[in-house]
Design a binder for this molecule. Structure first.
Ligand code: BES
Ligand code: ZN
Length: 661
């Protein structure tokens, strides 16, 4: 990508003048229409390489959508109107990101009149989509694009009634992060640009429509809905959902939207949401988005949660009846500060969103559920990171890539961004003391509120307000090592969990003696303790060992996805085929990538496993989200299976991996 971008700057002006003649669909090099006039683009390190937008020339200040949802055609059709602020006095083009959109008209407003504008839609780039270049010689303050999305839009899923809980009405939802907003709205799809939005949405009248905006808990189903989002947001936070959705309150400002059959269970599971908002406000200042509601999606939602402002999108797989997986809510809520208020300027700086959020999530869990719970969750994440980081390419082990370094969009948000990021902030907290560090973070959120920033801006702010303010506490070199070096610094703080010590002993004893821990020990284990028990098991066990565990703890068929994503891969690796039926049912029903990719990954290692993976995928595919379909398809296509199932070797004299606490 980078070389193409550089080449564009040197294209002869003549060629550009020729290309400035608008046409419906351009077949040539999509990069060829970028102008060379105006000042040099921002330094390469500041550019968001996942967007064609040119924020140094013109930015969207407001977006007004007027769209119709068509469940039969599986399309969103209508207009997007941009209020623009022109930055570069010589700029005369507006460049938007699109993916699989059909554009039928582009107009500019001049003297109160809409006039057609010439435009070119470039051929699609597999990663970035199609660049839409609009000729705006008058540098119009408003531009309007008429478009329709594709039924296969990468950022939308359309579900038939049979695929929903209630089976009566269809359902649809968006997932815009990282770069899928452009598949349902043409826009400047970079988090570097923030704008307000309004939307007028029509749909069949029997579904409720919600957006990442001012949803009205008392809204009636009319088929005609209006929304405003008065705070400036980045494009990846554009969100829409529609279906048989009803509302139940948790508190005066928080509540749940869900299908009727689900809503009471969700309200009970997430009853602590108001408490979470309050503790976060105490730590980091007021919640600035008015309402905070949760939307419970069908199980095909490809993520655990998505922090769409005012309306977090939540997988139903965390509703397990005992609140044991509600740190997901703490996480999505935390994004209301880290991410939605202070936003990464591009995916390269992903840790500013996810690392900070994972740290804040852990603080919320500590405040609401106590330190032992937050420590257990921290240790689980840290152990997974420790296990994986060594196998990753060095460049992706750094929290942030040094300015000027290339990184694939899909590599930008790994466990490194989340868990090394959180670990780094925990390190700062320990060194500077909780009181000083809390005050610093609160100041950081205030200072950069409603801005999009880079790692380098964080570093400069931390240096001035932390390192220099409390000298001799953390060196520049230490901060640089955390952020730009691979691996984990040797002086990283080591959280220990008391409970996990017991789990480790129980596991070791069982591996050595086949003696399961006494009921009194395990009967009160939380999900986290079971996860730690499973995480510390050897890669493979004997079929007899798995049968013994299953008999005692009924792992096969579990409703708890976090357990399922650990148990089923172990079953596959160990040749414990008794689990196959339940494994297949779980994997076909749930579309959350994090939970099912480990299962598919274990399956595709062997020929019989690959055959089962293909069979599950074929059955599940119509119900999977495009993001999940893409990941599974890639895994299956690239599989290199061995002929026979991996020999389930008994672990030598009960040896387990070293204690993972
Ligand atoms: N913003 C992310 C989801 C995301 C990240 C979507 C990158 C697309 C690209 C969300 O806040 C998140 O981190 N979700 C996690 C939750 C978990 C860490 C508690 C998930 O979905 O598993
Ligand atoms: Zn997140």
């Amino acid at each position: 990508m980078r070389s193409k971008l550089d080449i564009r700057r040197f294209l002869p002006a003549l060629l550009l003048a020729l290309l400035a003649v608008g046409c419906q669909r351009e077949s040539g090099d999509p990069t060829a229409v970028t102008p060379t006039n105006g000042p040099a683009p921002a330094a390469a390190s500041d550019r968001d390489e996942h967007s064609y937008a040119e924020p140094e020339k013109v930015v969207t200040e407001d977006l007004a959508l007027d769209i119709a949802l068509d469940f039969d055609a599986k399309t969103i059709a209508g207009t997007a109107t941009y209020t623009l602020q022109w930055k570069d006095p010589s700029a005369t083009q507006l460049v938007l990101d699109t993916r699989d959109l059909t554009i039928s008209k582009v107009e500019g407003e001049a003297n109160g009149q809409w006039q057609p504008l010439q435009y070119a839609l470039a051929e699609a780039d597999a990663t970035l989509g199609s660049k839409l270049t609009i000729e705006t010689p008058a540098r119009n303050a408003k531009v309007r694009v008429t478009y329709v999305s594709s039924p296969d839009a990468s950022g939308l899923q359309w579900l038939t009634p049979e695929m929903t809980e209630g089976k009566q009405l269809p359902f649809m939802f968006s997932q815009s992060q990282q770069i899928h907003a452009r598949s349902w709205v043409p826009l400047q799809d970079t988090p570097a640009i923030r704008y307000t939005y309004t939307a007028h949405v029509t749909s069949r009248p029997d579904v409720m429509v919600l957006m990442s905006a001012n949803n009205d808990p008392d809204a009636q189903r009319t088929g005609d809905y209006s929304f405003t989002m008065p705070q400036k947001i980045p494009s990846y936070l554009m969100a829409i959902a529609a279906g048989d959705l009803v509302f139940k309150p948790i508190s005066g400002r928080a509540g749940v939207w869900a299908e009727p059959a689900m809503v009471d269970r969700a309200v009970a599971e997430f009853a602590d949401t108001e408490k979470m908002i309050e503790v976060t406000e105490q730590l980091y200042g007021p919640y600035r988005w008015e309402r905070y509601d949760l939307l419970i999606l069908p199980p095909s939602f490809p993520y655990g949660g998505m922090e769409n402002p005012r309306l977090s999108f939540i997988t139903p797989t965390v509703i397990v009846g005992d609140k044991s997986l509600v740190s997901l809510i703490a996480h999505e809520l935390a994004h209301s500060w880290s991410g939605n208020l202070v936003t990464f300027a591009s995916a390269k700086h992903g840790w500013l969103n996810e690392g900070f959020t994972s740290y804040v999530e852990n603080r919320i869990v500590e405040s609401v559920y106590g330190k032992e719970t937050s420590d257990m969750e921290f240790v689980i994440a840290r152990n997974a990171l420790r296990e994986n980081i060594g196998t990753m390419p060095e460049a992706t082990q750094a929290l942030a890539v040094k300015p000027g370094t290339e990184l694939d969009a899909d590599d930008a948000l790994s466990a490194v961004a989340y868990d090394k990021g959180a670990w780094f902030l925990q390190f700062l907290e320990q060194r500077f003391g909780r009181e000083n560090f809390d005050a610093f973070l609160r100041g950081y959120f205030d200072h950069f509120a409603f801005q999009s920033i880079t790692t380098e801006q964080f570093v400069a702010y931390a240096k001035a307000n932390l390192l220099d303010k409390y000298p001799d506490t953390v060196t520049d070199a230490e901060m640089q090592e955390w952020i730009y070096a691979p691996g984990i610094p040797s002086y990283a703080p080591q959280v220990m969990s008391r409970n996990f010590g017991i789990v480790d002993s129980a596991r070791l004893a069982w591996l050595g003696s086949a003696q399961l821990p006494p009921r009194q020990i395990t009967e009160n284990w939380s999900t986290q303790e079971w996860l730690h028990f499973l995480d510390g098991l050897p890669q493979t066990l004997t079929v007899e060992q798995l049968a013994q565990l299953d008999e005692a703890y009924s792992f096969t068929g579990t409703d708890n996805g976090e357990i399922a994503m650990r148990w089923y891969p172990l079953a596959v690796r160990s040749g414990y085929t008794q689990a196959n039926e339940a494994l297949a049912a779980f994997t076909a029903r749930v579309g959350r990538r994090k939970l099912i990719m480990p299962i598919y990954t274990a399956l595709v290692q062997t020929e019989p496993g690959l055959a089962l993976a293909k069979q599950i995928f074929e059955q599940a595919r119509p119900g999977y989200h495009p993001i999940t379909t893409g990941s599974v398809e890639k895994l299956i296509n690239e599989a290199k299976p061995t002929p026979a199932p991996a020999a389930p070797a008994a672990p030598a004299d009960g040896a387990a991996p070293a204690s993972t606490n």
